[in-house]
Design a protein around this ligand. Structure first.
Ligand code: ZN
Length: 156
């Protein structure tokens, strides 16, 4: 988890939101990944998504049922679904989304609930090194939130 938190700090230093992930295989770090959303201008480039892609590439398979994923923060619904799609049986994270309510949108769908919806029953553990995980967010200058608006469909 400490490696994941280091990646969160690195993300912050490089202008991205501070998120980091490690995927462990056979009790060693297979992939160490930072967030790439801003860097890559890619809304799907969350640290978890990038890490899953790289872990599959390195192992040469789409099944990660012998891996553990460590994330600096509770994975979002997109990442949770991808994690479960890979059959990772153990998900460990530091911060809960509720720990930073001024940063994270309140979501009804959370990883623990999503986990219940998958047949293989992954273990989800939150709160590891929680206090340390808050640090990269302190003093963070936040970009303006995109306020949901109603958009009219193009009339072309
Ligand atoms: Zn995500």
């Amino acid at each position: 988890m400490r490696l994941a938190l280091d990646q969160a700090e690195l993300s912050r230093e490089q202008g991205d939101f501070p998120f980091g992930v490690v995927i462990a295989w056979r009790e060693r770090a297979l992939v160490i990944q930072q967030n790439g959303e801003t860097r890559d201008a890619d809304i799907t480039a969350h640290a978890e998504m990038l890490a899953l892609r790289e872990a599959c590439r390195r192992l040469g398979r789409r099944d990660l049922s012998d891996c553990t994923i460590y994330s600096s923060c509770e994975p979002c619904p997109m990442c949770s679904a991808a994690i479960f799609q890979s059959n990772i049986p153990r998900v460990v994270f530091a911060l809960f989304r509720d720990d930073l309510p001024h940063i994270f949108r309140k979501r009804k769908i959370r990883i623990a609930q999503l986990a219940e919806d998958w047949a293989y029953q992954p273990t989800v553990i939150g709160g590891m090194l929680r206090e340390e995980a808050v640090q990269p967010f302190e003093g963070l200058k936040l970009p303006l939130r995109v306020v949901p608006q109603y958009h009219r469909a193009p009339t072309v």
